[in-house]
Design a protein around this ligand. Sequence first.
Ligand code: GRG
Length: 296
Amino acid sequence: MSQNFSDWMSDVQARVETALSSALPAAESIPARLHQAMRYSTLGGGKRVRPLLAFAAGEITGAAPEALDAAACAVECIHVYSLVHDDLPCMDDDVLRRGRPTCHVEFDEPTALLVGDSLQTLAFEILARQKNLAPARQVEMVRVLAVASGSCGMAGGQAIDLDSVGKPLTQPELELMHALKTGALIRAAILLGALCGDAMPDDERAALDRFAKRAGLLFQVVDDILDCTASTATLGKTAGKDAAADKPTYVSLLGLEGARRFAGELETDALNSLKPFGTRSQRLAELAAFIAHRKF
Ligand code: GRG
């Protein structure tokens, strides 16, 4: 693999930006205000971690870039929908996202609600309309994304989160909440990317799934650490919200050093899961390190 990680990442981010821009309704098409708000929330920001994971997983199964575009855009649309809804006053009530006013601040609350709804359905439209995969594979991808997003995945994790404010959780309870709220979509990004290529033997599928679960948890532990160590300007979203809202986090449970140690263990475990893939998993390994050591 000749291209360095940073160049690969920039290329995939630029490719996904273009694919998202094509997949989203044109800003001037009716209803223009809703379409402008969808484009405002989705384009021109974010690390694109989930699309990067989909592309990296696709390298393991030899997936075609055109199929990966659809997987990456679908998962990013679900992610952006979750951010827009999470920022609403009835949820996390935030005014800053990706360094800009949140969708309901820039537009209004009903529009933000509809942006989330529309991005969610657009995700499944993108998977259903692509022509690069066998129909059975497309249905499997729709199923994987639907389960990851719904009440037994991300939305369920958000419900547990909202219910946990001010309550001390045990580590297994915290892990379940985050496995659903954040981990399920990260896992789906990886599985969707792999599903764009050749079928995997059962042992490889199990190894990839172990990596996906460790990477999802790692992402959240680092998010908890950054929430109390990084500034609002660096994060592009309000820092220190978890402690202010009295939310259970890995830092409140394990302390800052304990959370850092746990992140290190998860990174090692995630990287060990990739051993069966050899050089095919180089990008996934690089992304695990990126997630572990990110500064925003
Ligand atoms: C509203 C159904 C519903 C779910 C919301 C995922 C989620 C559940 C809310 C997001 C709020 C949040 C801050 C979660 C913690 C982890 C996380 C998903 C952070 C944001 O993801 P990044 O860092 O964001 O990948 P960018 O902007 O880089 O895409």
